[in-house]
Ligand binder design. Structure first.
Ligand code: ARG
Ligand code: ZN
Length: 452
């Protein structure tokens, strides 16, 4: 267990305080900031892949939730040249991953305000506690931009916590011949002789860790997939290998729509990059991002995250099994649906493997203990098994009702493991507390979690 670190105390200054440097997430105490809520980010980025140079302006609309004489944004690296608040120049200072902003006039609680930050530099990824990297990751021909859990501040100043969702506009200018792919819909392109600007808009609330502006010499295909406009970008020389898998995207979306409820967003697609140093894929909102050509299981996984992760997002990072357990179970379900092993057979096989193997079972999915374990195999597999055990216990009909209610109750919001257990009990009318707690929270020294 990492000690729970309280957010930095707000310093009283009459009716105005300094917004705290974090929102009190025990895994990442300085992630997010206190004192305001962002509603919209407008990011104008100009990127030169040769030399990894970024020049940018972020315009952020927010509402103060308390009177603020100072507040923080999260920003890692890069050089800030100016900050303004409501068009007045503001004082600013850097302190680690925090950008401290002192507006000329304090901001009254409840009032909207606008911040504009101009910055530039060579963005670099963050190294996460588990040794993986996320954020702006330069590639041969651009950048692979994947922000879970800490990478968003490597390329834009933000309130970097999953609980502060906002809408986005991205205007990304790249050299002619290069493509910039962000979330949502491509509104238009401005093509000059030497540069192209891609203007993207994501109009549904989105967590910072799901934002991308991935850049490369992609081949693009546009179509419709299960009723949504689809924009697929694939790295050169990967198109032939990717085509048969990407051809499944509409059918997967259709199945998830039937089982989980209507697709939550206004656009879909995928980005298949060549980024061998990354080693994972990400459920970037509306447009999953792959470091290599995915298999069907991985595509089904990232598309299931559009419901479980992107639409309904964990309230705290320790609740990450609500993303990974669900997407893993969905992988198994897609395999069953396409004639492979049943979800029950997958469960049985894993249950047998887990015999006497404490590393297989620990840490428990809903209590990863420390941020190094966020993406541990157990969060995925024991998390998926917990759901399969629940399905067998309550029956398929009630199980899918729970999943659909989960999505519709928390649409575009955040939720916790406790709320999931409460809903499972409500929808099933069964006492599931002991059973689900054993699957989700109990460390296994010997024996196994209970069979349904
Ligand atoms: N959510 C991703 C998935 O689909 C994994 C992200 C891992 N991120 C990292 N920094 N290791 O499973
Ligand atoms: Zn996942």
């Amino acid at each position: 267990m990492v000690a729970a670190v309280a957010p930095a105390p707000a310093i009283a200054d009459g009716r105005f305080v300094h917004g705290s440097a974090g929102v009190g997430d025990p895994f990442f105490p300085r992630a997010g900031n206190g004192g305001y809520d962002v509603s919209h980010y407008r990011l104008a980025l100009r990127y030169t892949p040769a030399g990894n140079r970024l020049r940018a302006t972020a315009a952020i609309k927010a509402v103060a939730t308390e009177g603020l004489s100072r507040f923080d944004l999260d920003l890692r690296g890069l050089r800030v040249s100016s900050v303004s608040v409501d068009a007045d120049p503001a004082d600013f200072r850097r302190r680690g991953q925090e950008l401290l902003v002192t507006p000329r006039r304090p901001l009254p609680g409840g009032e909207p305000f606008k911040v504009r930050v101009r910055y530039r530099g060579s963005p670099r990824p963050v190294i996460d506690p588990d040794g993986s990297k996320d954020g702006w990751i330069p590639t041969n021909d651009g950048a692979f931009v994947a922000d879970e859990p800490q990478g968003a501040p490597t390329w834009f100043p933000c309130d970097d916590h999953p609980t502060d969702k906002a809408t986005y506009e991205f205007r990304v200018t790249v050299p002619a011949g290069v493509v910039a792919v962000a979330n949502g819909k491509l509104k238009y392109r401005i093509r000059g002789r030497r540069h192209t600007t891609f203007v993207w808009r994501e109009g549904s609330p989105m967590a910072t860790y799901l934002a991308t502006a991935t850049i490369g010499r992609f081949e693009v295909s546009r179509s419709r997939a299960d009723g949504s406009p689809s924009y697929v970008a694939v790295a050169p020389a990967r198109t032939a290998a990717a085509a048969p898998v990407l051809a499944k995207l509409p059918a997967i979306l259709r199945l998830w729509g039937r089982k989980f409820g209507d697709y939550p967003f206004a656009a879909t697609g995928a980005i298949v990059d060549h980024a061998p140093s990354v080693g994972y894929a990400l459920e970037t909102q509306t447009r999953p991002l792959f470091d290599t050509v995915p298999d069907q299981a991985t595509l089904a996984h990232e598309l299931a995250h559009q419901w479980f992760g992107d639409d309904v997002t964990p309230r705290r990072w320790r609740d990450i099994w609500l993303n990974e357990g669900f997407a893993t179970w969905a992988e198994w379900y897609w395999a069953q649906h396409t004639g492979g092993r049943s979800t029950g057979a997958v469960f049985d096989a894993l249950y047998a493997v887990g015999r006497g193997d404490t590393a297989f079972w620990n840490p428990p999915p809903a209590d990863p203990g420390k941020p190094e374990n966020l993406f541990d195999g157990t969060i995925y597999e024991r998390g998926g098994m917990a759901l399969e055990a629940l399905r067998q216990k309550v029956g398929a009909k009630v199980f899918f009702r729970i999943l659909r209610d989960w999505v519709s109750m928390h649409r575009y919001g955040n939720a916790s493991t406790r709320q999931f257990i409460d809903l499972a009990e409500l929808d099933s009318g069964m006492d599931l507390r002991g059973f689900l707690r054993a699957w989700l929270y109990r460390p296994i020294q010997r024996g196994k979690p209970p069979l349904p």
